[in-house]
Design a binder for this molecule. Structure first.
Ligand code: TYC
Length: 103
């Protein structure tokens, strides 16, 4: 609609969206022959806040297919989760590995 010349005060409205979707990064858990299933379930439930059923499904997918997605997070959160997985795995003597992948 044309501006009303009596009331229009020349204020330009910014029509761009004011929020941007952050780039998300998937945290991928990798299979190995030495980490116990119990430890992987514990990691999925405590670091990635998965239900016992979801944790079991992801753990079995990693075990049978070699890798699986634990969740998608901002870069900083994803990096922190990868570091937490590796710290806890080393602390308990397991070689478990996790990596990041841009979504
Ligand atoms: N393959 C392991 C075993 O048989 C279990 C395992 C599952 C290890 C998932 C790592 O990310 C993993 N004990």
């Amino acid at each position: 609609m044309a501006p009303d010349p009596l009331t229009d005060r020349g204020v330009l409205e910014d029509t761009r969206p004011k929020t941007r979707k952050p780039t998300l990064y998937k945290v991928i858990l990798l299979n190995d022959d030495y980490t116990t299933m119990e430890f992987v379930l514990q990691i999925l439930e405590t670091v990635f806040h998965k239900s016992p059923a979801a944790a079991h499904r992801i753990m079995m997918q990693v075990h049978t297919e070699g890798h699986g997605v634990c969740g998608a997070y901002t870069h900083e959160v994803a990096e922190t989760k990868v570091a937490t997985v590796q710290d806890r795995a080393r602390h308990d003597g397991f070689p478990l590995q996790a990596t990041l992948e841009e979504e």
